[in-house]
Design a protein around this ligand. Structure first.
Ligand code: 13P
Length: 342
């Protein structure tokens, strides 16, 4: 029996689990590896991804992994397809399907995500190789007069077309409209823009008849720009984030999985925990789909050396355990002491 879209969406975030975003393009992962002077080859990228996928016990905290085209076709050092390495642990494999951002014509300084051409056929193929969900990321810059309505509408339309195509191919769409942290804007401005973005996206999803029960939303948290002189405290980020989600995200959506977007590992955990401690209705599961905030500590510990594999896996396990506790609003700074996990 095949699981319905809603069952798959719910399974990914069940039991306070979240997602590992391991879908950096080859060029992005090459930049990350270069920060540790690790040469980026097909083999080193495979070893890097495999480190995460084979971390003992990681299926307690990770319900899904977002892969990228190269990785979904690779095999482990033991010759097992990486997709099967995940499936055998009960982790749902997914795939990034957008083709990246390009400058939006007529809207200087803004971007539109491309990749709709031929998407139906690519989704069919990804499903055959084992993907059960997909991801498409749109980005919005906050600036003087930005984002413009033209940027909101072009990206929302593409996200909705992508999501409808995914559901047609029996894949759960992860809809990722990311308001970027870059800039000097205040947290209030981020809240306002995030609200406009989500409003436009859900309007477009309704127009394209996307079944909200069978999707996941991957938004940014509401945070001041990285160059804003006033960085809001954790509580304020949590309140602003939950307020905008309550106003804009219908309760039919089973799960909201935040991106980390450049927050460091600790802050991404603390923000998620604070959001899940707030009183009042939260009709969706609020969890994580972190890339950098789940990988950075492990990459530091690994440093491209096989003798560091267990230390790197421990770092990843520990961070995922903290993030999973944050989904329950049960994270505390004591969990950062190694003794807490001995
Ligand atoms: P970050 O958590 O590093 O922002 O990555 C998440 C992601 O998938 C971006 O598309």
């Amino acid at each position: 029996m095949t699981a319905t879209l809603e069952e798959t969406a719910r399974a990914i975030v069940a039991d306070s689990k979240g997602l590992l975003a391991a879908d950096e393009t080859v060029s992005t992962v090459t930049k990350r590896l270069a920060t540790h002077a690790i040469e980026s080859t097909t083999e080193s990228r495979r070893a890097y991804r495999e480190l995460f996928f084979t971390t003992p016990g990681i299926n307690e905290f990770i319900g899904g992994v977002i892969l990228q085209d190269e990785t979904i076709r690779q095999r482990s050092a033991n010759g097992i397809p990486l997709v099967d390495v995940l499936v055998r642990q009960g982790i749902v494999p997914g795939i990034k399907v957008d083709a990246g951002v390009r400058p939006l014509a007529g809207s200087p300084g803004e971007y539109v995500t491309e990749g709709l051409d031929g998407l139906r056929e690519r989704l069919e193929e990804y499903r055959r190789v084992g993907a059960r969900f997909a991801k498409w990321r749109a980005v919005f810059l906050i600036g003087d007069g930005l984002p413009r309505t033209s940027c909101l509408q072009a990206n929302a339309h593409a996200l909705a077309r992508y999501a409808a195509l995914c559901q047609e191919q029996d894949l759960v769409p992860i809809v990722e409209p990311e308001v970027l942290m870059d800039g000097t804007h205040t947290i209030q401005r981020c809240e306002h823009v995030t609200g406009r973005v989500l409003h436009t996206v859900f309007d477009a999803l309704a127009d394209q008849r996307v079944a909200l029960e069978g999707m996941l939303l991957k938004p940014n948290m509401v945070i001041a720009g990285d160059e804003c002189p006033r960085q809001a405290p954790v509580e304020e980020v949590a309140e602003a984030t939950l307020r905008v989600l309550r106003r804009q995200v219908p309760p039919a959506v089973p799960g909201i999985v935040f991106l980390s977007g450049g927050q460091d590992c600790l802050l991404a955990t603390r923000h998620l925990d604070a959001i899940n401690r707030l009183p009042g209705p939260r009709p969706w599961t609020l969890s994580y789909s972190y890339g950098r905030a789940l990988q950075d500590e492990a990459l530091d510990a690994w440093d491209g050396k096989s003798e560091n594999l267990s230390a790197a896996q421990f770092a990843f396990y520990h961070r995922a355990q903290c993030d999973s506790a944050a989904v329950l609003g049960r994270y505390g700074s004591a969990m950062e002491s190694p003794a807490a996990f001995a």
